[in-house]
Every structure is written in structure tokens, then in C-alpha cells.
Write a protein that binds this ligand. Sequence first.
Ligand code: AMP
Length: 216
Amino acid sequence: MRAIILLGAPGAGKGTAAERVCAGTPFRHFSTGDMLREAVKQGTPVGRVSETYMQRGELVPDQIMMEVVEARIAQDPPDAAYLFDGFPRTVRQAELLEAVLVRRQGCLEHVLFLDAPREVLLQRLGGRRICRACGANFHMVNMPPREAGRCDACGGALYQRPDDQESTVLSRLDVFSRKTEALIAHYETLGLLRRIDAGGNAERLVADVMRVLAAA
Ligand code: AMP
């Protein structure tokens, strides 16, 4: 098993970077947020428990997250390569991921921290819209669709994630400062952390991520 982790606050661009970086490589984009949203949509037991936490902008408990992550990894061959987006989010999750890597004789190759100022994160999350049909991302100001409320790619209806509404965004950013920032120190101590300026546009971010991965 091979692993790369993208760390960053909500709105830092982890999803966009992960999708583009994985294209054409053996790395699988592993987004725990997408997995949980799918579980909520399907009404599975994990989805029903997670929904309340997600609506409040809080973290789903570590034990549930590890069940979700391990169940997905167990479906893949032992040499699968993952680009983790939104996982781990606590030091405990990082330790449990390290245990999975040891068991699978895997290797954590890189940890990239996408760093963007708070005003940029708030502006991005407030304007974010997503296609209900294909999941494509738009932004009301930075990347508006050609036709208001419709996806350029498939014509599907665009919606705002319930947790992108302002009150929830503020608690998600607060949770990031309280819980996820400790991971930065954790990976810095392990000598794995690379910091990337994520305050600019998506093209620049993707190019910077690719450059760091290629050079490392
Ligand atoms: P995201 O799409 O990564 O912003 O995740 C959306 C929401 O799903 C988060 O606000 C959390 O409630 C939950 N979530 C996603 N990944 C994790 C994780 N690794 N640990 C705990 N909760 C998570």
C-alpha cells in the first residue's frame, strides 16, 4: 500500500488538487467526505450516525471513520496507492492509519499541507456549488457556470452543500484549528510535511502540488 496525504482546512482545494493529481496515475482519490456523503444519501447505518455530526460541522468519531476507511481499503489489492483527501483529521486517525500501513507493509510517501488564508477559505466555501448529477465543482464568482444553476459538463442542477452554509463553515474552520492543526506538528516531527501556498487559483495549486511530488 502506498499513501499520500493532503492536509488543509475546508476550502483549501484538497478535492480539486486530488482529482487532478490522481488523473492518469495509479493513485486513487480517497475522499472520506465523499464516502460519508454517499453513505448519508444511501441511508446506511454509518450514514445515519454521521449525518448529525456533518450537519453541525463536527468530526465523525475516529472509531466510525476507521471502520469506513478499513472497509474500503480491504476491497483493494494490497499494493493499491491512495491519495487521502480529508483523512486523517485527528492525531488518533493518523496513528491508526500508520498501523494500517504497517500491517499492509505500506509506506506514507508524502504529506502536503495546503495552506490558505482564512478570508480566502470563507470566500471559496460560501460561493461553492456542486452538480447533483456528476459532482463537478463550480464557484459563483471564481468559476461560475455558463448557465445559472446548471452544470457545464452534464446540465445537472447545482446545489450548495448544507455544510457550506455560513454558520456551519465557521464551526468547520474552528474544528480544523482545534483538531486537525495538531496533525501538522505530528507530520513535521516525522519529517514528512511539505507546505504549499493554496491561496491562489486552482491551476497554480495543481502545478505546485505536482512539482513538489515530482521533486520529492
Ligand atoms: P469534507 O468533504 O472532507 O469537508 O468532509 C465533510 C464532513 O465529513 C466533515 O465536516 C466531517 O463532518 C466529516 N468527515 C470527513 N472526513 C472525516 C474524517 N477523516 N474524520 C471525521 N470526520 C470526517
